[in-house]
Write a protein that binds this ligand. Sequence first.
Ligand SMILES: C[S@@+](CC[C@H](N)C(=O)[O-])C[C@H]1O[C@@H](n2cnc3c(N)ncnc32)[C@H](O)[C@@H]1O
Length: 268
Amino acid sequence: MNVRQALSKTIEKLKNKNIKTASLDAVIILKEALNKDDIFILSNPDYELSKKEVKKMEAFVAMREKLYPIGYIRGKKEFYSFDFFVNGDVLIPRPETEMLVDKVLELSESIDKPVIVDVGTGSGCIAVSVAKFLSDAFIIASDISYKALIVAKKNADNLNVEIELIQADTLSFLKKKVDIIVSNPPYIEEGRFDTLQEDVKYEPKEALLCANGTDLIEKLIKDSKELCSYLVLEIGENQENFVREFEGLVEIQKDFANLARMAVFRFD
Ligand SMILES: C[S@@+](CC[C@H](N)C(=O)[O-])C[C@H]1O[C@@H](n2cnc3c(N)ncnc32)[C@H](O)[C@@H]1O
């Protein structure tokens, strides 16, 4: 089988499963199976796959046919232009979360040696990306999940940054005021799990779900009041009105789809 045939066979199989990103996924799968880049895949249609490469490709296609997320198949996801290792213990970083990194970097410009806490760090995508740009900052990344912290540590090491890792429930570990708290907490109502896209259901429930959707957001806003100058929070698309009820809100930012996705609080 050559690359051209492998691509068309994979696209057909994925289309049969109603996967809208079939063509893109097929290129990614081939890339991973052959350990090559996009350019090689797209410019070498006659390259003959070895038996080992065909087997690898078929295993990846079988996973994708079951809607297993492409990020977990690849074992990585690009975020803020860096490659983050991901596995089933962490949420696959989303592009809208890059807004939080932008905001933390912007706020840090006016702070000398900022102390920054990333609550619910998961893959470490926020904390590590911020650390890549702020060599003088002290960055703490916490998560309730020990397995997530192992992934965050691997990413900090891979990307050559130093961050402190702490296993803790929300802000329970923090005894002194810091400059910035940033968090992308779980914010989907537990009752909505069945309505999620099938591939999202493979991601850790503790990364997605929170009893009524706003419990953790509310706790973080209330606890942060005494513990930081700024709180930068990712919120669900229907949670703008909820966060507007709290004192200290200075900004709501929308994503490319014009949905409110980030709330910034200032506490003096
Ligand atoms: C939506 S994910 C965000 C992961 C990563 N920060 C990102 O943006 O891709 C939420 C993370 O919060 C963690 N988490 C859930 N409940 C928590 C709690 N009570 N305290 C601390 N972390 C929690 C989960 O384990 C998960 O890693």
